[in-house]
Write a protein that binds this ligand. Structure first.
Ligand code: ZN
Length: 187
């Protein structure tokens, strides 16, 4: 994440990493006015949407990794809830109006300072109209899912787990540490 070169509060170029009084982490601070530049993780909200045993995936049109398939998900905007963000991303990326059923997976990727929150959701309406960030989107039966074109291991794991759970008819909530880390079952 790029750091500012000038203080956004007073315009000074004298920004230094230091420990603010009473803080636990070093921050970029302005020596002129005392402004502190906080960097906090970004939250990505999205949904796994199953319909008649098929799963909604979208193919990315834009970087990173155009052409790969993934669950509809994206960065939350300020002023919205995680649920609103997830449903908005589903709408923008797939043209599907959906409703949240429950939380499904929460995993952190500390290396890049991101947190993913994935909900189970159901499709209410499929308009077939989606935004420019999407090349294509479709409901896939498990045997037709383009597994090799799903870049993120965590997204593959979420789908694999969901498919198994659907067969058993019992859904858990999972928390994980990163793309390849352990995921824990919570009852
Ligand atoms: Zn300043």
């Amino acid at each position: 994440m790029p750091s500012p070169r000038f203080c956004p509060q007073c315009g000074s170029g004298d920004l230094r990493h230091q420990l603010p009084p009473g803080d636990t982490h070093e921050r970029l601070m302005c020596s002129g006015c005392g402004y502190i530049h906080y960097i906090n993780p970004k939250i990505i909200a999205g949904c796994i949407i199953e319909q008649d045993g098929k799963y909604l995936l979208c193919q990315r049109a834009i970087p990173p990794r155009p052409g790969t398939w993934t669950l509809p998900a994206g960065f939350m905007e300020s002023g919205e809830t995680t649920e609103q963000g997830a449903l908005r991303e589903v709408w923008e990326e797939t043209g599907v109006r959906a409703e949240i059923v429950s939380p499904y997976s929460i995993f952190s990727v500390p290396q890049i300072s991101e947190v993913y929150i994935i909900f189970r959701a159901i499709a209410v309406e499929n308009t077939g109209q989606y935004g420019p960030e999407t090349l294509d989107c479709r409901f896939f039966a498990p045997e037709d899912i383009p597994w090799d074109s799903i870049y993120y291991p965590a997204i593959r794991q979420i789908l694999e787990r969901y498919i198994e759970e659907r067969q058993a008819g019992v859904y858990g909530i999972y928390m994980g540490n990163d793309d390849s880390g352990k995921i824990h079952f919570i009852r």
